[in-house]
Design a protein around this ligand. Sequence first.
Ligand SMILES: Nc1nc2c(ncn2[C@@H]2O[C@H](COP(=O)(O)OP(=O)(O)O)[C@@H](O)[C@H]2O)c(=O)[nH]1
Ligand SMILES: [Mg+2]
Ligand SMILES: [Zn+2]
Length: 226
Amino acid sequence: MAEIPVVAKVLKLNDELAAMNRLALADAGVRCVNLMGAPGCGKTALLEATLSALAGKLMVGVVAGDIATTRDAERLIAHTPHVTQINTGGSCHLEAHQVRQGMDHLPLTDLDLLIIENVGNLICPVSFDLGEGARVAMFSVTEGHDKPAKHPSVVLAADLVILGKIDLKPYVPFDESIFRAYLANMRDNLAVLPLSATSGEGLSAWISWLTDFGAGSSGFRVNLSI
Ligand SMILES: Nc1nc2c(ncn2[C@@H]2O[C@H](COP(=O)(O)OP(=O)(O)O)[C@@H](O)[C@H]2O)c(=O)[nH]1
Ligand SMILES: [Mg+2]
Ligand SMILES: [Zn+2]
């Protein structure tokens, strides 16, 4: 079984490169979030709303991962020039070396915050440290309330859970109390932010979280009123 040591080696190399990303980000005073969620859960829509809310308040860069196309970068570039798209060419997660390539195209010292939109997938992105300071797991009401139970690894790795598309709650069979119970079974005190990128409901709590997380480490903090 030669594959097991090879996989272990790939992950070890990734961890080393992620540690270098983390150092480079800390040196530049940039905090970094790794946003993980299924395809179509609303990651890019949330980033569009986030960039719009933070305009003029924080300098935000984005590394957007996708298997193919520059669609997400094209949507985000309307809100910030500091976007790089990584096409993985088939791989269903981002790795630290790819994020480093993305970082190298951004003016890191000008940024306050880097958001990584991971490839839409709830499974293997969890195994690949990218050098982020926080991991956000995003679900949406259209995926059904059982998804945290079916994808425990992303829940166990997360610093925050976002429940998106809550504007669609009246139209889909989604029970938020069951969703929260599955999360609570796995994690004590894991924060859950329900929001809608479309209606704006719940966005201010997300913006506050983004503004505050790790604020002690690099020192930026701004007053926001949205
Ligand atoms: N109703 C509603 N639709 C949303 C919301 N967020 C995203 N969408 C839609 O869901 C689809 C997938 O969104 P996208 O941002 O591309 O998801 P991603 O693949 O996770 O980046 C698009 O058609 C969006 O317009 C939301 O909060 N409410
Ligand atoms: Mg996207
Ligand atoms: Zn993968």
